[in-house]
Design a protein around this ligand. Structure first.
Ligand code: NAI
Length: 248
């Protein structure tokens, strides 16, 4: 018996990176996995096959998490296909970094919509299902910069701070129905998102981290497993930092 045997986890933006690592970790503990991404291309199909190879049900769905209607349609389909939704991980996210005075309205809107509104969309669609089940665990992917702010990332930091407010409000509104909501605040994690940064910038980041290394997607997935499982049954409305101590 795994920690998540018999549960269904829905993870957004999980064709690659942190979302994929979370999907594999939860599957290795027995959860059936529904995941979304913008496209179900070869990469996403390979992810689906990797998850299914762990002996659970796995299916990827093409869906733009930023779109309210599309989200409700895909959640309805996933509920039909899997029969329950016990764990929701709001992981889909993008960056459009630049200094505030250079930032365009489009850059602001895109990041806030994909990173923050998407989480509202999925919680709005999944909460009635979880309420009927009288239980669920919601995990919002925030970031260390959602707590500390970061020059050149005012849109991203604001979206990730918003994820914290959204999780805390959800925890307060839905706690009486047995639904928990928490955030993970990853620091510098080695994925395609951070691969966009120069070698120099990545070196500077590592020097600021007490553990002197970037995190791996698996480091974040371990925290997600804790928050999804009954190991965290009395943890709600919290932000768990997974950053090698760089937030101190
Ligand atoms: P990534 O760029 O490797 O993966 C993000 C995934 O989300 C991609 O598969 C992408 O196609 C998908 N996606 C983007 N927009 C979408 C949309 N509108 N609808 C559905 N899917 C969409 O990123 P990574 O590094 O795996 O990040 C995952 C989450 O963790 C993001 O929310 C990110 O902000 C957060 N995070 C990442 C950190 C890092 O250092 N890599 C640090 C802190 C937070």
């Amino acid at each position: 018996m795994g920690l998540l045997s018999g549960k269904t986890a829905l993870i957004t933006g999980a064709a690659r990176g942190i979302g994929k690592a979370i999907a594999l970790k939860m599957a290795s503990e027995g959860a059936n996995i529904a995941f979304t991404d913008l496209k179900i291309d070869e990469l996403a199909q390979a992810t689906e096959a990797e998850i299914a190879a762990l002996g659970v049900k796995a299916k990827g769905y093409a869906s733009n998490a930023a779109n309210f209607e599309e989200t409700h349609t895909v959640v309805e389909q996933i509920h039909k296909d899997f029969g329950s939704i016990d764990i929701l991980v709001n992981n889909a996210g993008i960056t459009k970094d630049t200094l505030m005075l250079r930032m365009t309205e489009a850059q602001w809107d895109a990041v806030l919509t994909v990173n923050l509104k998407s989480a509202f969309n999925f919680i709005h669609a999944c909460a009635p299902i979880m309420m009927r089940q009288r239980g669920g665990s919601i995990i919002n992917m925030s970031s260390v910069v959602g707590v500390s702010g970061n020059a050149g990332q005012c849109n991203y930091s604001a979206s990730k701070a918003g994820m914290i407010g959204l999780a805390k409000s959800t925890a307060k509104e839905l706690g009486s129905r047995g639904i928990r909501a928490n955030c993970i605040a990853p620091g510098f994690i080695l994925t395609d998102m951070t691969a966009q940064l120069s070698e120099e910038v990545r070196k500077q980041w590592a020097e600021q981290i007490p553990l002197r290394r970037g995190g791996t997607p698996e480091d974040v997935a371990n925290v997600a497993l804790f928050l999804a499982s009954d190991l965290s049954s009395y943890v709600s409305g919290q932000v768990i930092h997974c950053c090698g101590g760089m937030n101190m």
